[in-house]
Design a protein around this ligand. Structure first.
Ligand SMILES: O=P(O)(O)OC[C@H]1O[C@H](O[C@H]2O[C@H](CO)[C@@H](O)[C@H](O)[C@H]2O)[C@H](O)[C@@H](O)[C@@H]1O
Ligand SMILES: O=c1ccn([C@@H]2O[C@H](COP(=O)(O)OP(=O)(O)O)[C@@H](O)[C@H]2O)c(=O)[nH]1
Length: 472
């Protein structure tokens, strides 16, 4: 079997104690995927080191995975990560044109860092390595590697939504981005909607043509495109949730709740996650249901994220203020309706908290997949499961038909869904849980990894029938 080389912006190198604190779906999923197959994991260490140019790598073996990471200097972090990745591509792909900032300096920094990463990676590659690049930070990487003569099969997986042509074409360098994607052998998206949007960008904007069965030709290169919904390590998560009650955070939460029902939300503090609308919906639910007062508590776990991006810093202030306002107006001396926590919790604690929560609120305004939705369901007690309230704009909604699907912009409807979830009879809850769990077990993170790599390694040449077999 060929060696797997994974490339991602964020590489959670295990600490000396063996643990990592990864509060992002990509890192969590890739950790699980690499654990089973082994290989090389290359990318940014997450550290910023002065003014030094990217020129050296720290290489460390841990189990069957070799980690090769580079520090970035302040200018690179500002332009490549904070600037172009998180102030241009992220809002653009989440349909937030009002929040995009297309700075020429940041764009140049983005392409410069990708070139530097390619220079560091190329000497580590062996001729038969399978290279799998992840996410919007690294779109130009394959084109840079090709310029250096790298001939390996290279795949790309886009973890966040892909926007329609009218949205993408607002980006000044959208043609270079599309050209960058066309340099891969396989480009994977989370859902069929993302694939449709990508095909629309390719064809309508005149960058290439469809050859059928997921094959495209662009800038003289034939490549495949498909949807590969990311999964979780379902069995491990089920086991963690079963042990959840032994976790001290979970015990403390149970004690403090007394007889209150728990509703839970878990998200990075990101404007795409719809946290403000969710708090408004919970507040509306409390106003509409007098019996909820003193009887239901909403716990929102929200690690801070990308605080150096001004829109995120503003949002931190807005959500804190909103939570204070709702608690002030609805709360009582012995009841705080919303518990708002800016901490990263370990996965054992999360699994236990999901299990004791009667409802899980996953209501992003737009989300590539949302692994929390899958984790919440996997953590439930099959005999007495809680109910998932899920945004139709999360990739997870394409699979999780047992959830109560909501439009998060419709605060009133989300409030009604919270009420329905909390009062749903056990038979209906079990039926919903049973309709989702088999899919979560079958399409877990190992299956996601296997499905993508099977297609990437299978079709060296344009072969429409093989494409059809692989992608259907
Ligand atoms: O690395 P950060 O800037 O701190 O952000 C964390 C990660 O957020 C995004 O996750 C996405 O990938 C998940 C797994 O496929 C998916 O479920 C979720 O919907 C996406 O938002 C981002 O794409 C990652 O690159 C970040 O590492
Ligand atoms: O305090 C926290 C909050 C979140 N997560 C994990 O971070 C991931 C978030 O992934 P998701 O796909 O939901 O969203 P993303 O943050 O990647 O956009 C999930 O696996 C969560 O369990 C965590 O470990 N601790």
């Amino acid at each position: 079997m060929a060696r797997l080389v994974v490339v991602s912006n964020r590489v959670p190198v295990p600490s000396a104690k063996g643990g990592t604190a990864a509060a992002g779906g990509l890192a969590v999923a890739l950790e699980a995927a690499l654990k089973s197959r082994g290989g090389l994991w290359f990318g940014w260490s997450g550290k910023t080191s002065g003014d030094r140019e990217i020129e050296w790598l720290e290489i460390r073996d841990h189990g069957n995975v070799t980690y090769a990471v580079a520090d970035l200097n302040r200018r690179d972090v500002d332009e490549y990560y904070t600037g172009f990745a998180n102030r241009a591509l992220w809002p653009l792909c989440h349909y937030r044109l009002d929040l995009t900032d297309f700075s020429r300096k940041d764009m140049a920094g983005y392409f410069r860092v990708n070139r530097s990463f390619a220079r560091l990676l190329a000497p580590l590659l062996r001729p038969d390595d399978l290279i799998w690049v992840h996410d919007y930070h690294l779109i130009p990487l394959a084109a840079e590697l090709r310029h250096m003569g790298v001939k390996n099969r290279i795949g790309f997986f886009h973890h966040i939504p892909w926007p329609p042509a009218d949205v993408l074409s607002t980006l000044p360098v959208h043609d270079t981005i599309m050209r960058g994607l066309a340099a891969y052998d396989l480009v994977g998206f989370q859902t069929d909607y993302d694939v449709e949007n990508f095909a629309g960008c390719m064809i309508r904007e005149g960058f290439g043509k469809s050859l059928g069965h997921g094959w495209f030709e662009s800038y003289g290169h034939k490549f495949q495109v498909g949807n590969f919904a990311i999964g979780i390590d379902t069995q491990t998560f089920v086991a963690m949730a079963e042990e959840g009650m032994k976790n001290s955070i979970v015990k403390r939460t149970c004690d403090s709740l007394r007889n209150c029902d728990l509703v839970i939300g878990v998200d990075r503090l990101d404007y795409s996650k719809g946290i403000g609308q969710r708090i408004e919906a919970f507040s509306r639910f409390c106003e509409m249901s007098p019996s909820a007062k003193g009887q239901v508590t909403f716990l929102q776990i929200t690690p801070k994220s990308r605080s150096e991006v001004p829109e995120y810093a503003q949002m931190q202030r807005d959500i804190a203020e909103l939570t204070g306002r709702v608690n002030g107006s609805l709360g009582d001396v012995d009841w705080t309706p919303i518990r708002y926590v800016n901490k990263t919790l370990g996965r054992g604690a999360l699994a236990g908290l999901y299990r004791i929560a009667k409802a899980g609120l996953v209501t992003p305004l737009r989300d590539g997949m949302n692994l929390v939705a899958k984790e919440y369901v996997a953590a439930q007690d099959p005999t007495d499961p809680g109910v998932l309230v899920l945004s139709r704009f999360a990739g997870a909604a394409r699979e999780m038909d047992g959830a109560l699907i909501v439009n998060p912009y419709d605060v009133e409807a989300t409030a009604n869904a919270i009420g329905r979830a909390i009062s749903m009879p056990v038979e209906a809850r079990r039926e919903r849980y049973n309709s989702m769990m088999p899919k979560l077990l079958e399409h877990d993170v190992a299956a996601w990894c296997r499905d993508f790599l099977d297609v990437l390694s299978a079709n060296e040449e344009f072969e429409p029938e093989a494409g059809l077999r692989a992608l259907n």
